[in-house]
Design a protein around this ligand. Structure first.
Ligand code: SF4
Length: 425
């Protein structure tokens, strides 16, 4: 595995190990570095949260995990190790570089194999269920189709790895000659109704016959969760699953996800911009900024003992209902452009950071936080190196005397502009 693996000491129970992942978009304006050397683990049965502002790269990270990046985007480097002993055994001899113990590197597996893992290994729920369901097919049928695909995959895994997923010429001829043949079996339809019941849809058999527009937003989000559970995935990726919902419905969906995650022992990757969702749902969390994971650790590490000034700023901008401040303390400035030509070679947060120093004017690797993570209360969450940040303050106190002068970066920008004008002349 790559040298810049996270510093976590307890990765033995990881189901997913992401190492130095980079995803680029090649646009007319230039190369956009959406994900920039991201590394983290997702462990068995935990909820790992990724939090950040819009444009920080968190959704692209999630899509990169399951190989759903579309042109002009591309994963340019990195590793995504998934623990699946049967798959590791299958490729151990033919593709040894793709296997490490019980883990396989998804990026080194054939495309058909990666595709066949969507559903039984990885599933995803999105922000807007209305645009994820087909409006002209009943909700029950759409869930039943997902169940049917997984049933067929279990019965004949090789077929699901083919590009046509077994829907070849023979199947086409059979379906043309016998148009009433139903792709979805009665068993899958019954299972779809059970899934709707499991996610709390009342009268599931009747609701299964309805179309998406007949569902409320909350009910449709539940239906999408049901569809995602059809393959009994090891890892569920939830991308802003409650953003489009009312607050009360949000709480219901989050409770539902937590309940299902505990019942099924699934791991969940929760993508959100909402720190409240993270606090409520997650065991561990990573904070993203400008395509990088700038701080990661247990919920206690990140919320109680944040080290990165960006994390501190995010937490400082939340209203505290118990001790209301007269004014909130927002993070000054804007999220930087992710265009490669504009990203510079300093800490990406430097020109917004109130603690920026000379030492910050070069790229910063991830470092373990000196306190070693955890809260020292002996409850088992004190793993050494669990808490890590991309910041020079990981292992030293901030010294205000070392701070850069106010306006340092304005001077810098002015100098750059003058240099550009001179070059143009
Ligand atoms: S490395 Fe420096 S500029 Fe970057 S976040 Fe840390 S203190 Fe701020």
């Amino acid at each position: 595995m790559s040298a810049d693996a996270p510093t976590s000491a307890s990765t033995g129970d990881a189901v997913l190990r992401v190492r130095d992942l980079r995803t680029r978009f090649f646009t007319e304006e230039g190369q956009v570095n959406a994900v920039e050397g991201v590394s983290f683990d997702v462990r068995d049965g935990e909820v790992f949260g990724i939090v950040g502002e819009s444009g920080s790269g968190k959704s692209v990270t999630a899509l990169s995990l399951i190989d759903l990046i579309e042109s002009p985007g591309r994963i340019t480097s990195g590793e995504v190790w998934y623990r699946k002993p049967a798959l590791a055994d299958e490729f151990r001899d033919s593709t040894p570089a793709a296997v490490d113990g019980d883990f396989v590197d998804l990026r080194r597996l054939p495309e058909g194999v990666r595709r066949s893992l969507r559903g039984p290994s990885f599933s995803m729920i999105f922000q807007d269920p209305m645009s994820s369901f087909n409006p002209s097919i009943t909700v029950g049928t759409q869930i039943a189709e997902a169940v049917e695909v997984q049933r067929r995959a279990r019965a004949n895994p090789r077929r699901t790895r083919s590009r046509t997923q077994g829907y070849g010429l023979g199947q086409y001829v059979r379906d043309t000659l016998l148009p009433s043949r139903d792709y979805v079996s009665d068993g899958s339809r019954a299972e779809a109704v059970e899934l709707l019941e499991r996610v709390g849809i009342p009268d599931p058999a009747e609701r299964a016959e309805e179309y998406p527009h007949q569902f409320s937003g909350g009910m449709l989000q539940r239906a999408m969760v049901a569809q995602a559970l059809a393959g009994e995935p090891d890892v569920l990726i939830a991308d802003e699953p409650t953003t489009a919902l009312d607050v009360t419905i949000q709480a219901q969906i989050l409770n539902l996800l937590r309940e299902l995650q505990r019942d099924q022992g699934m791991s969940v990757v929760m993508i959100t911009h909402d720190l409240g969702v993270i606090a409520r749902m997650c065991d561990r969390v990573g904070v993203m900024y400008a395509g990088e994971l700038v701080e990661r650790g247990t919920l206690g590490d990140v919320f109680e003992r944040p080290v990165h000034p960006y994390t501190q700023g995010l937490l400082g901008s939340i209203p505290d209902l118990e001790n209301p401040a007269p004014r909130l303390d927002p993070i000054e400035g804007n999220v930087p452009s992710l265009l490669d030509s504009e990203m510079g070679d300093r800490c990406y947060f430097a020109d917004r950071c109130p603690k920026a120093m000379d030492d910050c004017l070069h790229r910063i690797d991830e470092r373990a936080v000196a306190h070693g993570g955890g809260d020292g209360d002996g409850d088992g969450d004190d793993g050494v190196g669990e808490h890590a940040v991309r910041c020079v303050l990981a292992d030293r106190e901030y010294d205000p005397a070392a701070a850069l002068d106010d306006g340092h970066f304005e001077d810098d920008d002015t100098a750059e502009t003058e240099a550009e004008v001179a070059a143009d002349d």
